[in-house]
Design a protein. Sequence first.
Length: 203
Amino acid sequence: MVVRVGLCMLQGARHAHIRSLEHASEEGNIPIIIHELRTASQFKKYKCDVYVLPGGETTTMRRTGGSLENGGSGLLQSLFSHLRESNAPVLGTCAGAILLCNPDDGGEPLLPASIERNAYGRQVDSFQDSVNVRLFDRQFPGVFIRAPRFEQSSINCESIATHDGEIVGIMHESRVALTFHPELTDDSGFHVWLLQQAFNSSE
Ligand code: GLN
């Protein structure tokens, strides 16, 4: 099986995800094709098995990927509707996590948690620190860039990563939202996990 990965190319850390996906494909010995998605029509054309929603700026992504009526490409609406219908696995990092928790399209959130943008402060408050990842039972290099924060008491799904005792990664079905950037590290653990989900969901 070749796993078709839909990578949302609206803005932000897209190319780093391509590199991490390629590493993950080698590491997990899982052949992949990466489809770069920018518009609703591309989304329909490439039926993908798993999706990646990168970090960046949610304001820009909501504008570029917003509804066709508002001058956007329609990508986000297509993605969110498809995720709700199909339960396809998705990895959302940083801004991607914000969009999954708060899709703002009139439908149900893709992950049941409230999330606050820029909750650690400004750009100078960005930091790197080790994150405890329960999903892999090991430490992971956490890169937090103008990161959001889950409202801890609002989380209504599984915690998969913590930093300083605070939840920074959550999972609901095969949807993962991280407030940090795994694609900016050499550790492709989360990308391997995502590719493996394609096999689980095809069973
Ligand atoms: N600060 C960004 C936002 O609120 C998210 C930061 C990121 O993705 N690195 O959209």
